[in-house]
Design a protein around this ligand. Structure first.
Ligand code: MOS
Length: 743
């Protein structure tokens, strides 16, 4: 294999790909030790009330069943004495498994059966009988709408919706053209391939090695240490591979608590794996009711924007996400008002899910923009261009970069948008109505403090490490590329380590910030090594680099070369030898630069979708999607494209299929399996075309890469909804757009 001179920007295949496809990569529920025992969770069948009694005697009689933990016999944890909030916890008091007899949501863990084998634990769990006192519950957001309140956003660490600007309500009344509509989005559940699992190894000295499905090993470590009052040195968390997470792994989930509790009590290694059904019991994308009102002049200029949302939360935490602020960043308008409220339901606290807030908020906004364009008799792209802004009016700051205009242009070009006939129901393909719709997407481009360590050996091999994770995004690969690129090494001479709590500090992998945060640390730590090497190389007797400055040399092929005269070179190994070292080691903490503060920093996209609707059956097919992304510098076009494709597929699901249905009488999610919770299958996904437009950004972070994990889903459901309207002339303002709503 010939390695390109500069690995960054190349479509490098996943460095962990082989391990994954051969089964060599092990996930949290797969680590095996002698004497491992298995915990099976018993879940509540009521939504609210109390446990009257639990009878575990039948389960305990089975040989091989070691213990049944309930609120009656659970050990006393540090957890129960103080309030501890994990990294991604909303404000409030976190749910405490097996705390007492109270039931606060359907599916709540009420017992953990521990047995010698998985099968036995699972069987024994069916023998545990629980009697409840059922109380009335509220699980319908509509019925609780009047009780909605404005949460304290500061407490959740969120910027509250910006203050109103101008007089939105007045301006709306006076506007030549008005849209005032309500949109509804359902509960959705994550369902990564790998269910949540924790394998807790009880070491002979009483320390724990925890294999946890998580997006942040150090978050898990801190949680276990705090909740069980263990010094951090005694809690080692590993998570080398994660089979998808999308936000569900940002917070430690209850299987972790239960597995650790059982391991400490029984002094044995314990594994707790959640079933697919139980994957529907620990958080979800919250259902929302949104009003979007837009007023415009006859030429399309926005004169008023009102975006109001009511979203669900639990009784014990205020789950906040940014639903309503986006319009104030995307479009120029001087009369805007935003309102975001929560209503409590007897459900578990929602949890972040790919582009939390934006996925639903931008859906409503971009559908409303389409409705406005239709009313104005204006092209949907032209309406967006008419209201284009280079300044984020919410923050009153310019964007660090914003090539959204190029997204509209290149996306429209690739899609063939110019051939669209404006009137609904005006395009056909046999007995199918054809619809073309588009939408804008936006997500924040964030950077968090992160550390990395690099060790270069005298064999010319480099190891770089940080306690981040790779939830399938390609972190192993991209970090390897950054390191190889900075030091001019071949990909195969670089190893990147992650997913271990003992590695240098890293934030959870979320918010699309890993490349910006950990990637910057990797770049900076390799630059420190590079500087050392260069110093050694210059000092060598008769060094060809003696008079050169760092700017005049190139690191490539394991050598430092004079850029102008590449035959003049010193190898990295030679430099080390002359420096008298057998290895070089550096560590850095990379933090966001102060200059970022003067700018608003976002990724943008333009999404174009074509649908074909069977006129008689009402079935909708997404026949093609073009997604044009402005996400800064693309470090690996292959993994980047995969991220966007994944987001678009999810957007297809969001538009047409995904919905967790709640039986209001039982207060319980009923389609809690992949047979009845519909997601796109292969046949639902046709052509997806991804464009990355050129975008240079020297402010957002030293790599100029903005992060692509979440932008791919934003706007997709709106583009498809708008295409369905264009095909059929029918506006469905509630997701998913299923047959019954369309017919
Ligand atoms: Mo993401 S919802 O930040 O994993």
């Amino acid at each position: 294999m010939t390695t390109p001179l500069k690995p960054l920007g190349q479509p490098v295949s996943r460095v962990d790909g082989r391990a994954k496809v051969t089964g060599e990569a092990r996930y949290s529920g797969e680590f095996q030790v002698p004497g491992l025992v298995y915990g099976q969770v018993v879940s509540s069948t009521i939504a609210r009330g109390r446990i009257k009694s639990i009878d575990a005697s039948e389960a305990l009689r089975l040989p091989g069943v070691l213990q049944v933990f309930t609120h009656e016999n659970r050990p006393r944890q540090a957890w129960f004495d103080r309030k501890y909030r994990d990294d991604d916890a909303p404000s409030g008091s976190p749910f405490r498994p097996l705390h007492d007899e109270k039931i606060v949501y359907s599916g709540q863990p009420v017992a953990l059966v521990v047995a010698e084998t998985f099968e036995l634990a699972r069987y024994a769990a069916t023998l545990v009988s629980v009697e409840y006192d059922s109380h009335s519950h509220q699980t319908d957001l509509r019925s609780q709408r009047e009780k909605a309140y404005a949460p304290d956003q500061g407490k959740g660490g969120f910027e509250p919706p910006p203050k109103p600007r101008g007089h939105a309500d007045k301006a709306l009344k006076k506007a030549a053209v008005r849209i005032d509509a309500e949109y509804e989005t359902p509960v959705e559940h994550h369902n990564p391939m790998e269910p949540h699992a924790s394998t807790v190894i009880y070491e002979s000295n009483g320390s724990l090695t925890v294999y946890d499905k998580t997006q942040g090993v150090q978050n898990t470590q801190t949680y276990v240490s705090n909740v069980f009052d263990l010094p951090k040195e005694r809690v080692h968390v590993r998570s080398p591979f994660v089979g998808g997470a999308f936000g569900s792994g940002l917070r430690p989930q209850y299987q972790l608590f239960l597995a650790v509790m059982a391991a400490l009590e029984l002094k044995r290694s314990v594994r707790v794996t959640l079933s697919r059904e139980q994957m529907f019991t620990f958080g979800h994308r919250p259902t929302t009711l949104q009003r979007v009102a837009l007023g415009a002049a006859a030429d399309g200029a926005l004169e008023a924007i009102i975006h109001e949302a009511v979203s669900e939360t639990s009784r014990f935490e205020d789950y906040i996400e940014v639903v309503v602020n986006w319009a104030g960043m995307l479009y120029r308008c001087n009369n805007v008002r935003f309102d975001y409220k929560l209503a409590q339901l007897d459900c578990y606290t929602p949890v972040d899910m790919r582009a939390p807030g934006a996925a639903v908020g931008v859906y409503a906004l971009e559908c409303a923009m389409d409705e406005l364009a239709h009313q104005l008799g204006m092209d949907p792209v032209a309406l967006r261009l008419k209201n284009y802004t280079d300044r984020d009016q919410n923050k009153d700051k310019p964007f660090s970069s914003k090539e959204l205009r190029a997204c509209y242009e290149q996306g429209a070009e690739r899609f063939g948008w110019a051939r669209r006939s404006a009137a609904p129901r005006s395009m056909r393909d046999g007995h199918h109505l054809v619809g073309w719709g588009m939408a804008t997407g936006i997500w924040e481009a964030m950077q968090q403090p992160a550390s990395a360590k690099a060790v270069l050996g005298i064999d010319g091999k480099l190891t770089v490490s940080s306690a981040t994770s790779d939830i399938g995004t390609g972190t192993y690969t991209v970090m390897t590329q950054i390191a190889a690129d900075t030091l001019g090494l071949r990909i195969q001479d670089v190893t990147f380590q992650l997913g271990d709590s003992s590695l240098p500090m890293s934030p959870v992998e979320g918010g699309s910030w890993t490349v910006a945060s950990v990637g910057t640390a990797v770049k900076e730590v390799c630059e420190k090594i590079r500087d050392q090497l260069f110093k050694f190389a210059k000092k060598m007797k008769g060094s060809p680099l003696g008079k050169a400055s760092l700017e005049e040399v190139t690191f490539a092929d394991g050598k430092i070369r004079l850029t102008e005269e590449p035959s003049q070179a010193v190898s990295l190994v030679e430099a080390m030898r002359h420096g008298g070292v057998l290895s070089l080691e550096e560590k850095v903490l990379a933090t966001p630069s102060a200059k970022q503060q003067a700018y608003s920093r976002s990724t943008h996209s333009a999404v174009f979708a074509e649908v074909k609707v069977d006129e008689e059956l009402g079935t909708v097919r997404v026949s093609r999607v073009v997604s044009a992304i402005a996400g800064g510098r693309v470090l690996n076009p292959k993994t980047a494209r995969s991220q966007i494709i994944g987001g678009v597929v999810w957007g297809i699901g969001m538009a047409l299929e995904e919905e967790t249905v709640i039986d209001q009488k039982l207060g319980r999610f009923i389609n809690h399996n992949l047979g009845e919770y519909h997601i796109p299958v292969h046949a639902d996904v046709k052509g997806i075309d991804v464009i990355f437009v050129e975008e240079e950004d020297t402010i957002v972070n030293p790599l100029g890469a903005k992060g692509l994990g979440e932008i791919g889903i934003v706007g997709v459901a709106a583009a498809i909804s708008n295409a369905v309207f264009h095909a059929t002339g029918r506006r469905v303002r509630s997701l998913p757009i299923t047959l019954d709503k369309l017919l």
